[in-house]
Write a protein that binds this ligand. Structure first.
Ligand SMILES: Nc1ncnc2c1ncn2[C@@H]1O[C@H](COP(=O)(O)OP(=O)(O)OP(=O)(O)O)[C@@H](O)[C@H]1O
Length: 331
C-alpha cells in the first residue's frame, strides 16, 4: 500500500483552478519533493490530502484511508505528522505548553531527542518567537509522536543554514528507517539534497513526476572551456549541445583574426550538454585546451524550463555572444 495516492484531484475556486487533474503516488519510505512557484497549487494539494478541502473532482488515499471520508481519515492521522506553512500556535502559550498540548493529543515518543536537534526557546510565549523559532517548534510537534508519514509545507522556510543542514540529516535518517516524507518547496538546492523523487506543479497542473536523478540527467552538464587556439564553431555541432555561448579572444598582441582563423570560431565557450560526454571530448581532442570544466547544471535552470521565466544568470565568458544552437529540450 502506497503512503499517498491521488487520482485526478481537481480543486476549482471559480476564478482559479488551483489543482487540475492532479494524479501521483508516493511510495512508503521515500522522500518526495513537491515543487512549484508561488501560487502553483502546492498548499491546495496538501490541504486536500489532509481532508481540510474537499476536491471538486477526484479521489485520494492517505496511508490507505479515503481522504474524502472524515472518519476513515482519522485512522491515518494518528500515524501522520503535519507541518503547515504557517503553524497557528496559540500566541499566548509558551513553547513548553504547546508541546504538552500536542503530547496529550498525539502522544510523545521522542520530543527530548527533537528538542536537542531543533532547540526552540520553550519558556517564551509563541508571540515572542521569530519565524524560524516557530518553524523549529513546528518540527518538534510534527515528529514527536514518531509518525509513519510526514507532510511538510515549506519546512525550512525561516531556518538558518545550520538548522537546514540538521533538518536534512534528520529527514534522511528517518527515511532510512522507513518514514515517508512529503514536502513542498521552492528551494531547489534542498530538493536536490534531500529528495528521491520530485513532482513539479505549475498553474495547478502536475508537469512531471520523476526521480531527482533523472531530472538532473535531463538537465545535462554545464561545460566551460578555454582554448589556446581558435576552435571552429562547427566542431561543436553534435547532439546534446544547447545554449552555446562563445567568445574569441585574439590573444596578447594580436588585435585581428589571422587568415587561418575560421569565420566563426571561439577560444572560450560555455554550453549545456545533454549528450555523451565522451563524444564531446573526442571532438575537442584535436584542439589545445587551457581549461575545461564539466559540472552538473543548476537545478534552477531545469525548474525554469517547467514554469518559464528567466533562466538564472550563468557566469558569462568574457564578451560572450550567443550562437544559434539546436532546439532546447523543453519538457
Ligand atoms: N480559498 C481560496 N479561494 C480562491 N482561490 C484560492 C484559495 N486558496 C488558494 N487559492 C488560489 O489557488 C491557487 C493555488 O494556491 P496555493 O496556495 O495552493 O499555491 P502554492 O503553490 O501553495 O503557493 P505558495 O508557494 O505561494 O504557498 C492560487 O492562485 C491561489 O490564489
Amino acid at each position: 500500500m502506497a503512503a499517498i495516492e491521488l487520482e485526478g484531484v481537481t480543486k476549482d475556486y471559480g476564478e482559479v483552478l488551483a489543482n487540475d487533474d492532479v494524479t501521483f503516488t508516493v511510495e512508503r519510505g521515500e522522500i518526495f519533493g513537491y515543487l512549484g512557484p508561488n501560487g502553483a497549487g502546492k498548499t491546495t494539494t496538501i490541504r486536500t490530502l489532509l481532508g481540510f478541502l474537499s476536491p471538486t473532482e477526484g479521489s485520494g488515499r492517505l496511508l490507505g484511508h479515503d481522504i474524502t471520508d472524515e472518519d476513515d481519515l482519522i485512522e491515518a492521522k494518528r500515524r501522520l505528522g503535519y507541518l503547515p506553512d504557517d503553524p497557528a500556535f496559540d500566541e499566548t502559550a509558551t513553547g513548553r505548553e504547546i508541546l504538552e498540548l500536542h503530547a496529550s493529543i498525539k502522544g510523545d515518543e521522542r520530543s527530548a531527542e527533537l528538542l536537542e536537534l531543533f532547540d526552540p526557546p520553550l519558556d517564551r510565549t509563541v508571540r515572542e518567537y521569530s519565524h524560524g523559532n516557530v518553524r523549529k517548534l513546528g518540527l518538534v510537534t510534527t515528529f514527536m509522536h514518531d509518525p509513519d508519514l510526514v507532510i511538510l509545507d515549506e519546512p525550512t522556510s525561516g531556518l538558518d543554514p545550520l538548522m537546514q543542514q540538521r533538518f536534512a540529516e534528520f529527514v534522511r535518517s528517518e527515511r532510512d528507517q522507513g518514514m515517508t516524507v512529503f514536502f513542498s518547496s521552492h528551494v531547489l538546492s534542498e530538493v536536490r539534497r534531500l529528495c528521491d523523487r520530485v513532482g513539479i506543479i505549475r498553474d495547478g497542473r502536475l508537469v512531471t513526476v520523476e526521480p531527482v536523478e533523472s531530472l538532473l540527467d535531463r538537465s545535462g552538464k554545464v561545460v566551460r572551456l578555454r582554448a589556446a587556439e581558435p576552435i571552429p564553431t562547427e566542431a561543436l555541432e553534435i547532439d546534446g549541445v544547447h545554449e552555446l555561448e562563445t567568445s574569441l579572444d585574439p590573444g596578447e598582441g594580436e588585435s585581428e583574426r589571422d587568415a587561418t582563423t575560421p569565420a566563426t570560431a571561439f577560444t572560450e565557450c560555455t554550453l549545456t550538454f545533454t549528450g555523451d560526454v565522451n563524444a564531446l571530448l573526442d571532438r575537442l581532442r584535436e584542439y589545445r585546451l587551457l581549461d575545461l570544466s564539466i559540472e552538473e547544471a543548476p537545478l534552477e535552470d531545469v525548474f525554469m524550463r517547467f514554469y518559464g521565466g528567466e533562466r538564472s544568470e550563468r557566469k558569462p565568458t568574457p564578451a560572450a555572444k550567443s550562437v544559434p544552437s539546436e532546439a532546447s529540450d523543453d519538457v
